[in-house]
Design a protein around this ligand. Structure first.
Ligand code: ZN
Length: 276
C-alpha cells in the first residue's frame, strides 16, 4: 500500500509487510530557508559552499534565486534506509543503472545525493558515479533516518547522532572509492529544523533543498512527472528526483522528455555546485 500526497508535499510512504519505507523527499513543514544568500569566499580548488548562518548554523541552499541564465540542476536522491538490506538481498533494486546511463547518453550533468547505505550496497556504481566528471556525489545521510520528529514515518536520528550519521556517509563514500564527495547535504525527507541545522554546524556542509518537486516517488506515469518538472522549472531551479528504481520507476522515462524539452527552451543543465 502506498499513500502519495501529490504536489503539496510530494511525499510518498510505502508500506510493505509492516515496514514503512520512505523514498520520497517531500517539502516538509520546516523553517523557511534563505534562497541564494551571498556565496562564501572559498579557495578556487574547493567546492563552493554557503557561509554559515547566525551562530554558525548550517546554511541552506534552495535555488539560485535571481538567476538570469537558464540554468537548472537536476538532483537524484539515491535512497536506501539502514534497515533495507534484507529487502535488497531479496531482490529489490534500490539502484537505477539505466537512469545513470540515460544521463550519460544525453550528457546531462547531475548531482546525486547518496546515502551511505546505498554506497555500501552498490559500491561499484557509487564509485563509477563518483569518478565520472559528469556527476557529483553529495551526502544524503548514512541511514536515511529523519533529522526531525514526525518526518513521514521515518525513524529518527537523535540530535546527538546527527553529525555522526553524516560523517558515516562520507566514510562509506571513501570506502566505495568516491574520492571527492561534495560538502552538500540533503536531509532525508527534506525535514530539518533549527536543532538539526545546529547539530550539523561544524561539519562544513551546506544543506541543499529544492524548489521543484518532480513527484517521481512511486509515480508510474512518466508523462505526469515530466509535466510537473516542466511546469515548475525556472532559471536557477533545483529539481528533486530519485535514483532508486523500486521507489521511482518512471524517472528514467520522464527524463527522456524533460531533457530535450528544457534544452529546447534554452536551459543548460548544471550541477548544484555551479548554482551555489
Ligand atoms: Zn531521500
Amino acid at each position: 500500500m502506498f499513500l502519495c500526497l501529490k504536489r503539496a508535499t510530494a511525499a510518498c510512504v510505502l508500506t510493505t509487510a509492516g515496514a514503512v519505507a520512505l523514498a520520497a523527499c517531500g517539502a516538509p513543514d520546516a523553517p523557511r530557508a534563505v534562497t541564494a544568500p551571498a556565496p562564501a569566499v572559498t579557495a578556487p580548488s574547493r567546492p563552493p559552499t554557503l557561509a554559515p548562518g547566525p551562530g554558525g548554523l548550517t546554511p541552506v541552499f534552495v535555488k539560485a534565486a535571481g538567476a538570469r541564465d537558464r540554468t537548472v540542476a537536476l538532483t537524484f536522491d539515491a535512497d536506501m534506509t539502514a534497515d533495507q538490506g534484507p529487502r535488497a538481498a531479496a531482490g529489490e533494486r534500490f539502484d537505477n543503472p539505466r537512469l545513470i546511463r540515460t544521463l550519460r547518453r544525453l550528457k546531462v550533468p547531475a548531482t546525486v545525493f547518496m546515502t551511505g547505505r546505498w554506497a555500501e550496497e552498490y559500491p561499484r556504481q557509487a564509485r563509477a558515479i563518483g569518478r565520472d566528471p559528469l556527476f557529483e556525489v553529495a551526502n544524503h545521510s548514512y541511514s536515511h533516518h529523519a533529522f526531525t520528529e514526525d518526518c513521514y514515518g521515518l525513524p529518527t536520528v537523535p540530535a546527538s547522532g546527527m553529525r555522526a550519521d553524516v560523517e558515516r556517509a562520507f566514510t562509506a563514500f571513501r570506502a566505495a572509492g568516491i574520492e571527492h564527495p561534495m560538502p552538500y547535504f540533503r536531509f532525508p525527507g527534506g525535514c530539518y529544523d533549527q536543532r538539526a541545522l545546529k547539530a550539523l554546524s561544524g561539519t562544513g556542509v551546506t544543506a541543499v533543498q529544492w524548489d521543484v518537486v518532480s513527484g517521481d516517488a512511486f509515480a508510474t506515469d512518466a508523462d505526469a512527472v515530466a509535466r510537473q518538472v516542466l511546469d515548475g522549472v525556472r532559471p536557477g531551479s533545483v529539481v528533486v528526483m530519485h535514483c532508486t528504481r523500486s521507489a521511482a520507476p518512471a524517472t528514467e522515462e520522464a527524463l527522456r522528455t524533460i531533457v530535450p524539452e528544457l534544452r529546447e527552451r534554452g536551459y543548460r543543465f548544471v550541477k548544484v555546485s555551479e548554482l551555489i
